[in-house]
Design a protein around this ligand. Structure first.
Ligand code: PLP
Length: 383
């Protein structure tokens, strides 16, 4: 494989070896391979037990009741289920979200608009945060749902979901948060937070791709209409045979994140800060989202006088993204950075570095020299 330093943990993480071991036990003929919905034999009961044990692991990390966890194929589906499912169940209304949300929320909102629902897209402050005041000001009598992400995938900027959720609750409006980036990295205690729906997935926290969950509050009962029909699994909210191995992997990954939470964040944050000091020595660089609370592993840097795409090519020793992986196929600068008021030139010259569990201090030193060399070369050429 490539020997480039992997600093793209915000796009996805490798699966932790302990998680791989747990998953493998649920695949082969000697394993717990059966359909968890099979009620007539021990094979099925064992698979169901594995699924329910994983549901408890996921619920524990959120301090939720296991009955509040609905399995999905990932955070994209969880976001779709939350937004479309709530609007369907309540008969429609006005929705408020942020301009910096993941495409899974923005595109679902766009679809809701085509069905006649009104959506307000809030502009973030220049540090990337959605202010609770802007949410309060946008609330209307017909507002039914507010969706504001916990932490942004491009910048790592953290929104104050406790205050935003409080504003919603006071007005009797449901509050959804996309926590795909923050879960396992920031405390997220649904018993003590005014959130009604939370989207999470496994593959940003050292679990497998293709599995996620939607937390749906039971008390007071939040109504979500199914978007995938066929068999009535997951208490009617999401049909389809449960992917035992994926679910077990997600449970194990969430349990691991819970047990590492005090140790891992500070270690990753120290590596990220070392990376920034190394890059900052170049001059003409700034952090997108500066001044806001940010996730420990994220570092989104704007390089003056450098094109991000050229920089990506020039830094062949580092695997990173320009903007987010999901939109880097397009040559448009990041809509997240543009919404924050970053100029086109700086948005084009921005790179997201993200540090994670398997990053070593040596990786960071190698990355710094690769970035510094590449930027100096590009700046010399263009000067
Ligand atoms: C990765 C991500 C998603 C999409 O999750 P999938 O499980 O890949 O569908 C949604 N929202 C945010 C904030 C993300 O970072």
């Amino acid at each position: 494989m490539s020997n480039a330093v992997y600093l793209d943990y915000a796009a996805t993480t490798p699966v932790d070896p302990a998680v791989v071991d747990a998953m493998v036990c649920h695949l082969g003929p000697e394993g717990t391979f059966a359909n968890p919905a099979s009620r007539s034999h021990l094979y099925g009961w064992l698979a169901e037990e594995a699924v329910e044990s994983a549901r408890r692991q996921v619920a524990d990390l959120l301090n939720a009741d296991p009955r509040e966890v609905v399995w999905t194929s990932g955070a994209t589906e969880a976001n779709n289920l939350a937004l479309k499912g709530v609007l369907d169940a309540c008969g429609g209304g006005h929705v408020i979200t942020g301009a910096t949300e993941h495409k899974a929320v923005l595109d679902a909102c766009g679809w809701l608009e085509t069905k006649g629902h009104a959506v307000t897209y809030l502009k973030p402050q220049s540090n990337g945060q959605i202010s609770p005041e802007s949410v309060a000001a946008a609330l209307r009598d017909d507002t039914v749902l507010v969706s504001v992400m916990h932490a942004n995938n491009e910048t790592g900027v953290i929104n104050d979901i406790a205050v935003i959720g409080g504003v919603c609750r006071e007005r009797g409006v449901l509050f959804h948060t996309d926590a795909a980036q923050s879960v396992g990295k920031l405390p997220l205690d649904v018993k003590n937070l005014p959130v009604d729906l939370v989207s999470v997935c496994a593959h940003k926290v050292y679990g497998p791709k293709g599995i996620g969950a939607l937390y749906v509050r039971r008390s007071p009962d939040v109504k979500v209409a199914a978007q995938i029909h066929g068999g009535g699994h997951e208490r009617g909210m999401r049909s389809g045979t449960l992917a035992t191995h994926q679910i077990v992997g997600m449970g194990e990954a969430f349990a691991l994140a819970g047990s590492l939470k005090d140790e891992e964040g500070p270690r990753i944050c120290a590596l990220r800060d070392r990376l920034w000091r190394g890059i900052a020595a170049l001059g003409g660089v700034s952090v997108n989202g500066e001044g806001a609370a940010r996730l420990p592993g994220h570092l989104n840097v704007a390089f003056e006088g450098v094109d991000g795409e050229m920089l990506l090519t020039a830094m062949n020793g580092v695997a990173v993204s320009s903007g987010s992986a999901c939109t880097s196929a397009s040559l448009e600068p990041s809509y997240v950075l543009k919404a924050m008021g970053v100029t086109d030139a700086l948005a084009h010259g921005s790179i997201r570095f993200s540090v994670g569990r398997f990053t070593s201090p040596e990786d960071i030193e190698r990355a710094i020299s690769s970035v510094v060399d590449a930027v100096n070369r590009l700046r010399t050429v263009s000067a």
